[in-house]
Design a protein. Structure first.
Length: 578
């Protein structure tokens, strides 16, 4: 798909504007609403304090009471990487604080669905908990919380998802996005929320001389930040300054070989070197392997990998997760092929009915992979996309992904308001959401979704765009700048890694690894000053293109290390033959 390259504000449009690495980084940070030299200081002392978190005092009182009275604490998590890291963090912290009875329970998505449902409460009851703590879920679990309270079980909800008009009647709720919460960093992942709760609990216990009286070493909360970093990046929450502090500190621990055995094992399985890790490695190497357990099987496998302190057990569990991820890739490839065939089979009328928002369904699609497929189709068509799969009791489960400018959860809220009873339930964020509906209502939903998206989809939003940080002159296409950019991170959602654009002449082009385009480029024709470049997962119908003598590309400056030789490489995200 042809895209338009647009320059960010503060981007350099003329190479004469750029004189130094610092000038580049100042421009990059300014275009993201940050100040270079200030907002790349990732010291933990700059982390926002927890005091403004609504419900925190009540939450700490519940947890202190549970610890003092040796109550049974049950962590109920979610079946994605954020849920797994949140669960592991809560269990590890409570055990380090001296909890005698702490266990976890994660719903199997294929049996119980999402969140603290009454069905999950019935399973939990068999474990005889005094206190249920939800992590990365619970803010929409009205019926589940009521069921737990009816059985005499106290409930602490910790979550980060957007609440509906009604919130559960839990004993305490900590969620920066709940109504009336003045905590300014609204972008915490679920694992970030439980980290704040556990940090505040540690402080409260210290004030009560708990650790001294119990002869327990007082934990340093920074040791848990490798887990926080993984969950934050894997959940693709916006990396505001607060989240970047959490991620940067966690990455420092990993690079220093201080990560827990499970994270180390997952990186080893993925072939990543610990001392060179970046935030993208968390998102593309470890996150998918951890998520594979929840997508295809049971996220308990991933949580056990994050909980074990035995490196051999961690490696074995990581291998199981890697096998599941390979299966996931195979299933995803098959579903993607079927989805493309389905799109190509649509009549003009059907394409018109889905011109704004795309909904696809096939009865045998795997429920655990529909979110990934939605992301792939969204990227292909540049339209908000929802993929549906069969669930139980005549229902369909849907997973959606959106494009910049279309807030998916708000769209679903509008659909639900205009069509009472159409959606059984829904929830999510701006860029990703989930829902369920009766199978017979799918066509009605398609029309309603397409209509509401169309109200928000203007020409600018509907145009596929690559955002660029400008041109780079030859003298700044260097390893030094590539390293400086890497060190200025972490980069991620809403704080994207810098992308530059330019026109280059093709010196060489070839396919490597079946579908990756390896290029040698130069800024001037017949120049001996050349640069290596690579474009992953290229369309083999378009490339190699021997008729193309030059290209317009959007790229990142990558640090390529091969056999001890370190040099700069252009990592191509968009390529257009000229």
């Amino acid at each position: 798909m042809k895209k338009v390259i647009k320059r960010r504000s503060n981007a350099a449009n003329d190479t004469e504007q750029i004189h130094s690495t610092d000038a580049i980084l100042h421009n990059i940070f300014a275009s993201r609403g940050a100040i270079y030299g200030e907002h790349n200081n990732y010291s933990l002392k700059n982390l926002q304090g927890p005091k403004l978190l609504k419900g925190l005092d009540e939450a700490i009182a519940l947890l202190v009471n549970a610890l003092e009275n040796n109550q049974r604490i049950l962590i109920v998590g979610d079946f994605d990487a954020d849920g797994a890291t949140s669960t592991a963090l809560a269990v590890r912290c409570l055990q380090a604080f001296g909890a005698v009875y702490v266990d976890f329970l994660v719903p199997n998505r294929f049996i119980y669905g999402y969140g603290l449902t009454p069905e999950i409460v019935a399973v939990a009851e068999e474990m005889k908990p005094d206190l249920i703590v939800t992590v990365d879920n619970g803010i929409s679990s009205i019926a589940g919380v009521n069921a737990a309270k009816a059985k005499g079980i106290k409930v602490l909800v910790t979550d980060h998802h957007l609440p509906g008009q009604e919130t559960p009647s839990a004993d305490a709720i900590v969620n920066p996005n709940q109504h009336g919460c003045e905590f300014s960093s609204k972008n915490l992942a679920g694992v970030g929320v439980i980290f704040y709760v556990m940090s505040a609990l540690r402080s409260a216990l210290r004030d009560k001389n708990w650790f001294a009286d119990k002869n327990i070493p007082e934990p340093n909360m920074a040791v848990f930040l490798d887990i926080v970093a993984l969950g934050t990046v894997a959940d693709v929450v916006p990396l505001d300054y607060n989240n970047r502090i959490l991620v940067a500190t966690g990455l420092q621990r990993m690079r220093a070989n201080k990560a827990i055995p499970g994270i180390t094992a997952l990186f080893n399985i993925a072939g990543r070197e610990m001392h060179r890790l970046s935030s993208s490695d968390l998102g593309f190497a470890v996150g998918p392997r951890l998520n594979a357990a929840g997508r295809l099987d049971d996220m308990s496998l991933g949580i056990r990998c994050l909980l074990t302190d035995n490196k051999y057990e961690a490696l074995n569990l990581a291998k199981e997760l890697d096998d599941l991820n390979r299966d996931r890739k195979s299933i995803e490839a098959s579903m993607q092929k079927e989805a493309v065939n389905l799109l190509q089979s649509f009549s003009d009328d059907e394409l018109g009915r889905q011109a704004n928002g795309v909904c696809l369904y096939k009865s045998d699609w795997h429920q655990g992979v529909i979110g990934i497929l939605a992301s792939r189709i969204k990227d292909r068509l540049h339209r908000p996309t929802i993929i549906f799969a069969d669930a139980d009791n005549g229902e369909l489960k849907g997973s959606g992904r959106s494009i910049p400018g279309i807030h998916l959860r708000d769209v679903l809220d509008e659909v639900a308001a205009l069509n009472p009873g159409l959606l059984e339930k829904f929830g999510g964020h701006a860029m990703a959401a989930g829902m369920s509906l009766k199978a017979e209502k799918l066509e009605q939903f398609k029309q309603a979704f397409n209509l509401v998206v169309g109200h928000h989809l203007d020409e600018e939003i509907g145009e596929p765009v690559v955002m660029s940080d400008g041109l780079l002159p030859a003298q700044l296409l260097t390893l030094d700048l590539a390293l400086a950019i890497k060190n200025a991170g972490p980069w991620g959602q809403v704080f994207p890694e810098p992308v530059f654009d330019g026109v280059f002449y093709i010196v060489q082009q070839r396919i490597v690894g079946e579908k990756h385009l390896k290029l040698v480029l130069s800024l001037e024709p017949y120049s001996s000053n050349v640069l290596d470049a690579i474009a992953f997962n290229i369309d083999l119908n378009d490339w190699p293109n021997n008729a193309a003598k030059s290209v317009r590309i959007a790229y990142q400056l990558d640090v390529n290390e091969f056999r001890g030789n370190v040099k700069v490489q252009l990592l191509v995200s968009y390529i257009e033959a000229l």
